[in-house]
Design a protein around this ligand. Structure first.
Ligand SMILES: [Zn+2]
Length: 440
């Protein structure tokens, strides 16, 4: 017992000396590489995708990773990197991240959104610091660590740096997922973005809500503004809005009561209301218009019966009996191509889930209860194919600032996230389970 304790003490001492001697240099290089990526202005509507691709390719070269740059759409390069594994027969791992970011209103930031400056408390301010240039670089830094430790993957590890996620991903991840190239990758698991967590537990996502952007329209006989009569377009639309509001409230109440998480309910928000007869001074005040329209951003979790919601829209929110029609501006199914709900299992049936849980724990991280992502990410294009995909951006103790002013990530959290990913990639790339993709 005494001897063991002595040995562990020496080991600990050596370990801490080792850490403190190499850490400072290493860390400043790691942070400076992150800053370089953040400084590339990849904000819509004119993202500098080529600069981002050049940067990623330079990183790949320094890590001796295989690289190819694909333009499914001209001007929108997608960089695919490969760290070959020893067993080509096993399904591979795909680490996905998007290179684009949403625009920043420069005037509303205290530091330049593409300056990547670090303040006195170590916070790195930049658009994309949380969403999601951090994750793309953390994958690469984790691989750098694993390579320098001599680790060799059993499976192929791919990294995709995709364009256009912030505008729907159609020219990026969607094209990749539908390509012949993708079939050749024989992907078995995808990791993609999650969200920051204000507490000490990392958030992790096993599904996401599907958008059903719905426009409902009412028509009715126009008439004098002073006349009371039935079936005006405005009255009919208002009845629908009332009904939508009740449904919205019933869903929101479950969240407020703590019965369901945000991603587990249907969210409905009215995003536009179009009605009235324009006049040179505003709107005609003594005329009831013949048309009125409203738009709703609806998001449906894959655990909800989407068909019942469609029925509700047709029968209650836009019934033909009230002279109403509707259409979907966008509607995504909650089912994958084989008709199964797009959910990645978070139990014993999914070895990738168990490996992730274990690897995070090993790196001294804690996972929160898995959630359904409230909005959309590129992960849906992979789940649509029936692949397991986990949304995970290791940022604990961090306010959620994606798409917000003054987006930042503390450098300590960023570095911790690299350790987490080192552990996860190591676990995934070492896994030699004999099952194939079809068995997942
Ligand atoms: Zn994102």
């Amino acid at each position: 017992m005494r001897t063991q304790r002595g040995v562990s003490f020496i080991l600990l001492l050596q370990l801490s000396l080792y850490c403190s001697s190499i850490a400072a240099d290493d860390q400043s290089e790691i942070i400076s590489r992150f800053q370089s990526y953040l400084r590339i202005d990849t904000a819509h509507p004119n993202p500098d995708y080529h600069a981002a691709a050049d940067f990623i390719n330079a990183q790949a070269k320094s890590l001796s990773l295989e690289s190819q740059t694909i333009e499914f759409v001209v001007g929108k390069p997608l960089v695919l990197l490969k760290w070959p594994g020893k067993r080509r027969d096993l399904p591979s791992i795909l680490l996905n991240s998007h290179t684009d970011v949403v625009p920043a209103e420069h005037g509303k930031w205290s530091l330049h959104p593409f300056g990547a400056e670090v303040d006195a408390s170590g916070r790195i301010f930049a658009r994309g610091s949380q969403d999601m240039k951090c994750v793309g670089m953390q994958y690469l830094e984790a691989i750098r660590k694993l390579k320098s430790s001599g680790f060799e993957p059993v499976r192929d590890v791919y990294l995709s740096f995709v364009p256009d996620e912030e505008i729907g991903g159609h020219d990026g991840a969607e094209k990749l997922a539908h390509s012949d190239l993708f079939k050749q990758l024989n992907v078995g698991i995808v990791l993609d973005e999650g969200l920051a967590s204000p507490d000490a537990n990392y958030r992790v996502f096993y599904a996401e809500r599907s958008p059903m952007w719905t426009v409902i329209k009412a028509v009715g006989a126009p008439g004098h503004g002073a006349k009371l009569y039935d079936n005006t377009a405005m009255e009919n639309l208002l009845k629908s809005i009332e009904s939508v509001r009740k449904f919205r409230e019933s869903q929101f109440d479950m969240v407020k009561a703590g019965l369901k998480a945000e991603g587990e309910v249907v969210s409905v928000n009215m995003v536009f209301l179009k009605a009235g007869t324009p006049s040179p001074t505003g709107f005609v005040m003594n005329l009831q218009p013949s048309e009125a329209e409203a738009g709703f951003d609806i998001r449906v979790p894959p655990i909800y019966d989407q068909a019942s919601l469609e029925k509700r829209i047709a029968e209650e929110w836009a019934p033909a009996a009230r002279n109403m029609t509707f259409y979907y501006k966008q509607k995504a199914s909650v089912l994958d191509k084989s008709g199964r709900p797009m959910l990645t299992a978070t139990d014993n049936s999914n070895p990738w889930w168990l490996l992730l849980e274990e690897a995070v724990k090993k790196a001294n991280g804690k996972l929160a209860k898995p959630e359904i992502f409230p909005a959309s990410t590129d992960a849906r294009y992979f789940r649509e194919l029936g692949l397991p995909a986990i949304g995970f951006s290791p940022m604990a103790n961090t306010p959620i600032l994606l798409h917000d002013h003054n987006e930042f990530l503390n450098q300590d959290e960023y570095l911790k996230g690299i350790d987490i990913y080192t552990s996860v990639i190591k676990a995934y790339a070492s896994y030699g389970g004999e099952w194939t993709r079809d068995e997942l």
